[in-house]
Design a protein around this ligand. Structure first.
Ligand SMILES: Cc1cc2nc3c(=O)[nH]c(=O)nc-3n(C[C@H](O)[C@H](O)[C@H](O)COP(=O)(O)OP(=O)(O)OC[C@H]3O[C@@H](n4cnc5c(N)ncnc54)[C@H](O)[C@@H]3O)c2cc1C
Length: 405
């Protein structure tokens, strides 16, 4: 792919209002942005060594650059900062297309994390100087950003974090350890959450922009994982890391609000990838069930197989409608926390269930590493853990309905 010759952009027919795009996306499966992204990803992100890279947990730098050249990293970013200026629904269609077309699910997951968590956090709290320093480089693929909230002892209980930010002359000193941080081993910069005073609870939590080459930052690369292996994660160790006051994202004590803004964005939109994947798995399953014959007839004639396919369709539609409802609510500036949690639950649990159905329908062929079906099932499991586990999503949903603790 030559740089700039084949890129994605806001749909020329789309108005500045996200509403028509989101409604259109709900009603049809072939929006031009999605179709273009699907075709591009199937071609540009396919490599012969994917199985080997997955085995080695190897990040594909060239793939990251190709995504940037196509416009993925800059999809949601204002053109003034080097982005494509897509509205949310258009960006969702782009990621849906990547989820359908990209054989390398780990790579596009990494790009989605940067878009829906890192860039969302920067846009929620970043100063003009911070945005100018980071966004153009991220859009161009030159700067990779990670988002670090989780710690070994504070996972679901995020606000119990113990990383500290101690005020020093002209800035802060950071000490602690962040765990399971997606892209950390390859990141140039990390959005880091620390407390200025544990006694203040969530009101002491503050976000910092920390470059990974600062003295005292160390990345522990030694964490192998079940799926999404081509985007690595790792722990970030902070040992007396000194940062200037200008490294604060937002204000002292606004870290909780920034974290929530990023998580709502991630819960609502990162799972557009799963949507594309659910649709492709469905298309592949239908094609396979029509062509594979046993007992003298296509296996799709057997109700057991046909019902698996019907369930796959139901899961895909449920996740799709919820995702676009959330996009509509956000574009109308309506509260979207309930829809975001429902979307995350439907998309991630759907991806696990349909990933397993896809393997079962294909029998031993689905179980083979070479087909990639088992890789998608392994990767799908992570979705039910990151951005808040399925149990935590159910807690959020119950709480918003007025029940639960
Ligand atoms: C692929 C992947 C990528 C990740 N990327 C990042 C990243 O980029 N940045 C980052 O900060 N973190 C990241 N994480 C970490 C992730 O956010 C945490 O793993 C997650 O929040 C859960 O925390 P935990 O693993 O400590 O599990 P725990 O919180 O210890 O939970 C263990 C079990 O207890 C259940 N549980 C806990 N509390 C409750 C409750 N109140 N009600 C019901 N059930 C409960 C959970 O649902 C789970 O089943 C990533 C994780 C994965 C798997």
């Amino acid at each position: 792919m030559s740089k700039g010759s084949y890129v994605i952009d806001a749909h020329p027919d789309a108005s500045s209002n996200a509403l028509p795009t989101a409604v259109e996306a709900m009603l049809r499966l072939d929006h031009p942005i999605k179709t273009k992204a699907t075709r591009w990803a199937a071609e540009a992100l396919a490599t012969d060594d994917l199985i080997e890279r997955d085995r080695r947990s190897e990040f594909w730098v060239e793939g990251w650059r190709r995504c940037a050249d196509f416009g993925v990293q800059g999809a949601t970013v204002d053109p003034a900062h080097g982005g494509r200026g897509m509205d949310t629904a258009e960006a969702l269609l782009l990621f849906e297309g990547l989820g359908y077309g990209s054989p390398d699910q780990g790579l596009v997951f990494g790009v989605a994390c940067q878009t829906w968590a890192v860039i969302a956090a920067l846009e929620a709290g970043g100063s003009p100087e911070q945005l100018q320093a980071l966004l153009p480089g991220m859009c161009a693929g030159d700067i990779i950003g990670a988002f670090a909230m989780t710690e070994l002892e504070s996972g679901s209980d995020t606000y119990a974090l113990s990383t500290t930010a101690t005020e020093i002359d002209g800035g802060y000193r950071l000490d602690g350890r962040k765990a399971y941080v997606t892209l950390a081993p390859v990141a140039d910069v990390v959005i880091m959450f620390a407390t200025v005073d544990p006694a203040l609870g969530r009101w002491g939590i503050t976000a910092f922009v920390v470059e990974t080459d600062r003295p005292g930052v160390d990345i522990d690369l030694g964490r192998e994982k079940m799926g999404l292996r081509t985007t690595p994660f790792g722990d970030v160790l902070l040992d007396g890391v000194e940062v200037p006051e200008t490294a604060i994202l937002g204000k002292v004590g606004s870290g909780g609000a920034i974290f929530n803004a990023a998580m709502e964005s991630e819960r609502a939109f990162l799972f557009a990838l799963q949507l594309g994947q659910l649709e492709r798995q469905l298309d592949d399953a239908v094609a396979y069930a029509r062509q594979r014959r046993q007992f003298g007839r296509p296996i799709g004639d057997f109700q057991a197989v046909a019902h698996r396919i019907a369930d796959m369709k139901a899961r895909h539609e449920k996740a799709r409608l919820l995702l676009y409802k959330t996009a509509l609510q956000r574009s109308l500036r309506q509260p979207a926390s309930l829809s975001a949690a429902l979307t995350k639950l439907a998309a991630t649990e759907g991806a696990i269930a349909s990933g397993l159905d896809a393997v079962m329908i294909m029998g031993a062929r689905g179980y083979l590493t070479e087909g990639g079906v088992e890789r998608e099932l392994r990767s799908a499991v992570g979705g039910a853990i990151y951005s808040g586990t399925s149990d935590i999503q159910r807690n959020i949903i119950a709480r918003l309905l007025g029940v639960g603790a």
